[in-house]
Design a protein around this ligand. Sequence first.
Ligand SMILES: Nc1ncnc2c1ncn2[C@@H]1O[C@H](COP(=O)(O)OP(=O)(O)OP(=O)(O)O)[C@@H](O)[C@H]1O
Ligand SMILES: CC(C)(CO)[C@@H](O)C(=O)[O-]
Ligand code: BAL
Length: 257
Amino acid sequence: MGALHEGHLTLVREAKSRADHVAVSIFVNPLQFGAGEDLDAYPRQLERDSALLQAEGVDLLWAPTVDAMYPDGFASNISISGVSEGFCGASRPGHFDGVATVVCKLFNQVRPDFALFGAKDWQQLAVIRRMARDLDLTLPLADNIIGVETVREADGLAMSSRNAYLTPEQRGQAATLPSAMKTAIAAIESGETIAAALAQLEATLLAGGFSAIDYARIADADTLVPLDARSQRPMRLLVAARIGRARLIDNMAVQPQ
Ligand SMILES: Nc1ncnc2c1ncn2[C@@H]1O[C@H](COP(=O)(O)OP(=O)(O)OP(=O)(O)O)[C@@H](O)[C@H]1O
Ligand SMILES: CC(C)(CO)[C@@H](O)C(=O)[O-]
Ligand code: BAL
């Protein structure tokens, strides 16, 4: 969606290491923003982004207008059930319909051989993989949706265009999110109950400047089914929390039992 940072540029570099030609889409997609969300405030810096992508050697910047994407009469919607229903799907109703619909259109417009998405948006990655498998999207193939590790600031905060909404004080406090997540994971991996570790995580965030927690849960890493006890399959801690004007998300691996 633009306002590029090192997280985005890492996806570009990873793509360039795997492909002869790299295309990047920049489109602030109205369909994935709910009423009262930050569609209007979302940073738009197309000229700066374009220069950054050129410097990285990107071959194509695909930046359609809203009217070109959704002309009068547009009436289609792609809805993925299951994996899109909890977490951000619950706190942002309709969000993943908007994501799935635009990503399907972007795939059809650009026709990539494969596509890269950040693990910072873990549920989004799962939704896109599900859509690609379910709808037989041959380009890219389901296995060709590649997740790239979350890129973080020096203090551990996941890079995000929405970090720009934070005041300097809130920006300092925001690093509590990854540090409290690591503490919770260490506790769970050393035998603490999930409920107790998550209660401590929520208390730490609220004491550390966050105003509300949309969710803080452990889930199966692939299916995103919430877990109340440790499992033998890969697990993920997923959190969305609000600080100032920003709603920040993050996720980390929890080792199987
Ligand atoms: N810190 C990061 N590390 C790795 N990938 C990232 C990171 N931040 C964003 N991405 C990925 O970049 C792609 C574009 O994301 P998007 O434009 O929504 O950026 P964003 O920084 O996540 O914005 P926002 O936080 O405002 O949603 C997505 O695949 C996203 O997962
Ligand atoms: C997947 C996506 C391009 C859909 O607009 C967006 O949500 C993003 O950049 O993460
Ligand atoms: N980075 C995910 C897109 C969104 O928050 O709308």
